[in-house]
Design a binder for this molecule. Structure first.
Ligand code: NDP
Ligand code: 2IT
Length: 445
C-alpha cells in the first residue's frame, strides 16, 4: 500500500478498534487506490478516503421480543447509513448470531462501491441483528421483525433509506417488516423495502437476481478467454437464496453443478444437483443438507475438509465472508479451477485472492459479481415509483444488460490503469471514482 494511504488506513483502524472485517474491506479498497491517487492527487487533498470510511450515520438499538415460551429476549439491531452521494441509502439486513458492528460496517462499506458500479441511483448501507432465525417459529420471527421495525421505521423512507434481504432475511421477513412499517406510518410506501412479495409490490426476478447475476458475470469473464459455462463442472457454497439461483443459472448455461453446502456440512452430487429437491428442502422445509442426501441416491455428505476440496472448474462461493482461504484456493487451483465468482460478500480471504491472481484464475470480486441483487432492487424501486410492474423476460433482460455493463466497466477501468484482467482493482477504482466525484460536487460533506 502507498505511504499516504497507509497512514489514512492506520487512522481508520485506530478509530474503529476490533472491527476486523471492516478493516479487511477497507484495506482491500486502499490497496487498489495507489494508481488512482497518482492520477488524481486531488482525492488526497479533499480527504476523500477519510470521508468515505466514516459512515454518515450509525444507528444501534435494542430489539426486545417475547419467544413462544413467553420468555423475553433481547437482541441488538443495527443500521449503518454509510454513503448517500449517489442516492438513498440502499442495502440489505442480515439476521445472524455473528452480526456485530464490524460485520455491518464491512458490508455497508462494500455496498457503497457495489451500488456505484450498477450505474443506478443508490447509496450504500447495511443493517441487521444478532438474532438467529434458525429453529424459531414463524410467530417468533414475526414478533422479532415487528420489534425491529418499531425502532427502525423512523430512519427509513423511499427517498431516505431502503433496506432489503441478506443472510437470514428473505421474503417472509420482508413481509413482516413491511407490514409493520405500513401499520406504524399509515402509508403504503412500497419503495421503502425491496425483495417484497409479488402480490404486494415486489419485482419479478429479484429473488433470482443475485445468483443469476453472479453467473452472468462469470460467463462474461469466461468469454474474454473464448470460454463459457457449457460443459463445465461447478461447485457453489451455501444453499440459500444466492446459491440456489446461481445453481439454477449455471445449469441453464450448461454447467454440471456437483456440490453445495450449509453451515452443517457439504454435499457432493456427481450426477448434478437436483434443483427441485434442493428448493423443496431449503425453501419449503427450511431443512439441512443431510435432508437432501437422504432423498438422493447419487449424493453423499462430505466427510472431511470442506466444499473447496471437491474438484471443479468453476467455484462460486455464496455463503458468507472469509469462507475460502489461501489453502482452499491452492486446492482449487491444483484441481484445475479456471474461474471464481463471488456470490457472497468478501467470501475469499486476501491470501485466497492473491493465490488466484498468481495462478491466472479469472476472479470476479463480490462488488462486481454479486451486484445483480441490489441492481434488481433498484429496478423494483423504479417499478414502485411508477406504480408499474414489468414481466419476467423484460426484467431479466435489464438485469443481464446491467451485469454485462458492470463487467465492461470493471475490465476497462483495470485496463486503463495498466492492470488488465485485475477485476478487483477495476471494481474498487470504478466504484470509488464515481462516489468521490459526486461527494466533491456537494462540497465538504
Ligand atoms: P441465505 O440466508 O439465504 O443463505 C445463506 C447460506 O449460507 C445458507 O446456506 C447458510 O447456511 C450459509 N451460511 C451463512 N452463514 C454461514 C456461516 N457463518 N458458515 C457457514 N455457512 C453459512 O443468505 P443469502 O443467500 O441471501 O446470502 C449469502 C451471501 O450472499 C451473503 O454473503 C450475502 O451477504 C451475499 N449477498 C446476498 C444478496 C441477496 O440478494 N440476498 C445480494 C448480494 C450478496 P445455514 O443455513 O446453515 O446457516
Ligand atoms: O449484499 C447485497 O448486495 C444485498 N444483500 C442486497 C441489497 C439490496 O438492497 O438488494
Amino acid at each position: 500500500m502507498e505511504q499516504a494511504l497507509e497512514s489514512v488506513f492506520d487512522t481508520v483502524v485506530a478509530r474503529n478498534p476490533g472491527e476486523v472485517e471492516f478493516h479487511q474491506a477497507v484495506r482491500e479498497v486502499f490497496e487498489s487506490m495507489g494508481p488512482v491517487i497518482k492520477r488524481h492527487p486531488e482525492f488526497l487533498e479533499w480527504k476523500m478516503l477519510e470521508r468515505i470510511c466514516e459512515p454518515e450515520r450509525q444507528i444501534i438499538f435494542r430489539v426486545p421480543w417475547t419467544d413462544d415460551k413467553g420468555e423475553v429476549q433481547v437482541n441488538r439491531g443495527f443500521r449503518v447509513e454509510f454513503n448517500s452521494a449517489l442516492g438513498p441509502y440502499k442495502g440489505g439486513l442480515r439476521f445472524h448470531p455473528s452480526v456485530y458492528l464490524g460485520v455491518i460496517k464491512f458490508l455497508g462499506f462494500e455496498q457503497i462501491f457495489k451500488n456505484s458500479l450498477t450505474g443506478l441511483p443508490i447509496g450504500g448501507a447495511k443493517g441487521g441483528s444478532d438474532f438467529d432465525p434458525h429453529g424459531r417459529s414463524d410467530g417468533e420471527v414475526m414478533r422479532f421483525c415487528q420489534s425491529f421495525m418499531t425502532e427502525l421505521y423512523r430512519h427509513l423512507g423511499e427517498y431516505t433509506d431502503v433496506p432489503a434481504g441478506d443472510i437470514g432475511v428473505g421474503g417472509r421477513e420482508i413481509g413482516f417488516l413491511f407490514g409493520q412499517y405500513k401499520r406504524i406510518t399509515n402509508r403504503y410506501e412500497a419503495g421503502v423495502l425491496t425483495g417484497k412479495g409479488l402480490d404486494w409490490g415486489g419485482s419479478l426476478v429479484r429473488k433470482e437476481a443475485t445468483g443469476y447475476g453472479t453467473v452472468w458475470f462469470a460467463e462474461e469473464m469466461l468469454r474474454t478467454r473464448g470460454d463459457s459455462f457449457d460443459g463445465k463442472t461447478a461447485t457453489v457454497s451455501g444453499s440459500g437464496n444466492v446459491a440456489i439461483y446461481a445453481i439454477e443459472k449455471a445449469q441453464e448455461l450448461g454447467a454440471k453443478v456437483i456440490g453445495f453446502s450449509d453451515s452443517s456440512g457439504y454435499v457432493v452430487d456427481e450426477a448434478g444437483v437436483d434443483l427441485d429437491l434442493l428448493k423443496q428442502v431449503k425453501e419449503v422445509e427450511r431443512g439441512r443438507v443431510k435432508d437432501y442426501v437422504e432423498r438422493r441416491s447419487s449424493a453423499r455428505l462430505g466427510t472431511s475438509g470442506n466444499i473447496w476440496d471437491v474438484p471443479a472448474q468453476v467455484a462460486i462461493p455464496s455463503a458468507t465472508q472469509n469462507e475460502l482461504n489461501g489453502d482452499d484456493a491452492e486446492t482449487l487451483i491444483k484441481n484445475g479451477v479456471v474461474c471464481v465468482a463471488e456470490g457472497a460478500n468478501m467470501p475469499t480471504t486476501p491470501e485466497g485472492i492473491e493465490a488466484f491472481k498468481k495462478a491466472g484464475v479469472l476472479f470476479g470480486p463480490a462488488k462486481a459479481a454479486n451486484a445483480g441483487g441490489v441492481a434488481t432492487s433498484a429496478l423494483e424501486m423504479q417499478q414502485n415509483a411508477s406504480r408499474d410492474s414489468w414481466d419476467f423476460e423484460y426484467t431479466e433482460k435489464r438485469l443481464k444488460e446491467i451485469m454485462v455493463n458492470i463487467h465492461e466497466l470493471v475490465a476497462e477501468t483495470a485496463e486503463s490503469y495498466g492492470m488488465p484482467g485485475d477485476y478487483v482493482a477495476g471494481a474498487n477504482i470504478a466504484g470509488f471514482e464515481k462516489v468521490a466525484n459526486a461527494m466533491h460536487a456537494f462540497g465538504v460533506v
